[in-house]
Write a protein that binds this ligand. Sequence first.
Ligand SMILES: *Cc1c(COP(=O)(O)O)cnc(C)c1O
Length: 402
Amino acid sequence: MLSASNQAQTPSGVPLIDMSRQYSALEQELTAAVLRVCQSGRFVLGPDGQQLEESLANYCRAKHAIACASGSDALLLALMACGVGPGDEVLVPSYTFFATASAVARLGAKPVFVDIEPSTFNLDVRRLQHCITSATKAIVPVHLYGQCADMPAVLEIARQYRLAVIEDAAQAIGAELCGRKAGTMGDIGCFSFYPTKNLGGFGDGGLMTTDRDDLAERLRLLRVHGMEPRYYHRVMGINSRLDSIQAAVLNVKLPHLDRWTAQRQACARRYTQFFAAYGLDRVLTLPVEAPDRRHVWNQYIVRVPEGKRDELRAHLAERHIGSEIYYPVPLHLQECFAYLGYGKGSLPETERAAAETLALPMFAELTADEQELVVREVAAFFGPRHGLTGPKYLKHAAVRQQ
Ligand SMILES: *Cc1c(COP(=O)(O)O)cnc(C)c1O
C-alpha cells in the first residue's frame, strides 16, 4: 500500500509493472508460506501443490486442475494428451507469445497460422475454416491480453471437423465469456504463473484444466515421465511438475485474485476516461471489451497511428514511463518458422497489430496519479501535431474525482 504522502506526490515516472507493491502488501504471509515449505521437506507438488490444484479447479469451475512447471509446458502437455504428433496440423494465431506455436512444432506437428480480428487481437474465426485440411487435429485459441476469443464459434467449427480445442489462457485467468471461465470451454485450458501474469509466482509455473477424466489422467501421467507406478513407464512423458514453493506462494495469492482483477478493470476504465478527456481517443485506438466478456486486463494495449509507435515509446521512456511491444515480430515471420514459408503480407491484420500496438503500464496497484501522468505524456507527444490544447485538457480534473 502507498502511504498518504506518496499519493499526494506527483509520480516522477511510471513502471510498466511493479511487482514490489503486491509483495509488500502480502510479505509476511508469503515468506511464512515459503519457509513452511522449506521446513516440510516436500519440494515438488506435495500438499501445497494439491491444495492449489483443488482451489484452482474450484476457481475455474473445472472438474480437474493439473499443475505443471510452466505455461509453455502446459501447452506442450495438452497437445501431447490430445495425441498431436508428426503429420498433424494445429491452427494457432501468429499474434501471440512464442510458446503457443512452439509447443506444436516441438511435437513434430505443423503450426498453421490464422489471422486475427483487429478489434480484440484474437483469432478471426471467419478465417479458421479456410485453414482446415484433412491433417488438422486441433485449434489453440489464445485469450490475448486477458480477453476471451470467440469460443462459441471456435467450438462450433471444432465440433463440425472433430478437432481438439486447447485454450491458451496464460493471460486470462478469471476471464469469462457468457459466464464461462477461460480455460473451461475447450478440451483443455492452459495457464501460466509467470510472475507478470495476473496470478504470478516467484518463478515459473503452469496449470491445465479439463472436465474430461481421461484427459486429466493422461496429463497427470505425462507430467511425471509417463510413470505409473514408480519406475514403470507407460507412455513417453516429460518432467514438468510445479514446485511446492510456487504452489505455496500461489495459494497465498489466489484469494486476492478477484480483487486485483477488479482493480485492473478500474485502471482500464480510468485510462479510457483520461484518454477521452485529453481528446486522445480520436488519435489512438483504445482497447475494447467485446460483448459478453469479463476482460481481466493482463495488458492495456493501444494502437498508435501513422508509424508513430516507436517514437511515442521513446518519448515515454525518456520520461521514465514504461511501455512494451507485444509482439514486435509475429510468429509467422520469425526466423525459426521460416521453413513454414509464410511471407510478409500473408497475415495482414497480425502484421498491422505488430506494427501499431503499445502496452502501457497496467497492474492492480497502479494509481490514478500515475495513469494521469502516462496520459499527460502521451498528450504532450501528440499535442502540437493534433491540436490537443484547450478545454479538453481541463476536463481530466473531473475524471480524477471518480
Ligand atoms: C506467458 C504465456 C505463455 C507461456 O507461459 P510460461 O509460463 O511463460 O511458459 C504462453 N502463452 C501466452 C499467450 C503467454 O502469454
